[in-house]
Design a protein. Structure first.
Length: 144
């Protein structure tokens, strides 16, 4: 057994645990829970933000965003149709990223922060797709 295999064997009981899995899911959903609650508690400011992006039907769009952020997170965290919640948030994040992080329209230095945010959101999308993939594979009883 090589060094990396021994290291993996040592780390696995610490990392491949239910608490770490729950913490990972919470981490993935944290921005959506915070965003949904913040929008819910200050709906008029959230509508103003939606209007700033030029989206139509700002109040309805904001309400749909709140439902998406909170319900999608709830599905993931409870495990009830986890794959659906993950795909829902992945699709929402993809749309929102192209609406809110149009770095290609900006000049430095603002461009750099928005470009970083754009690609960080692609990482979140990848995480949600991985959660959906794992959940659907588990439902089928398939191995990875």
């Amino acid at each position: 057994m090589n060094l990396l295999d021994r290291l993996a064997g040592t780390i696995e009981p610490l990392v491949a645990t239910r608490p770490v899995y729950v913490i990972a899911l919470l981490g993935l959903c944290a921005a959506y829970i915070q965003g949904g609650l913040t929008k819910l508690l200050d709906f008029s400011a959230a509508v103003a933000e939606t209007q700033s992006f030029g989206l139509p039907f700002a109040a309805a769009t904001t309400a749909a965003t709140i439902v998406t952020e909170l319900a999608g997170s709830a599905l993931i965290l409870t495990g009830i149709y986890r794959w659906l919640g993950a795909l829902w948030l992945a699709g929402f994040t993809l749309f929102a990223t192209f609406v809110a992080n149009r770095f290609w329209e900006m000049e430095p230095p603002q461009r750099f922060m928005v470009e970083n945010s754009f690609f960080e959101h692609l990482g979140l999308i990848g995480g949600f797709l991985l959660i959906a993939w794992l959940d659907l594979r588990k439902r089928d009883g398939a191995s990875i």
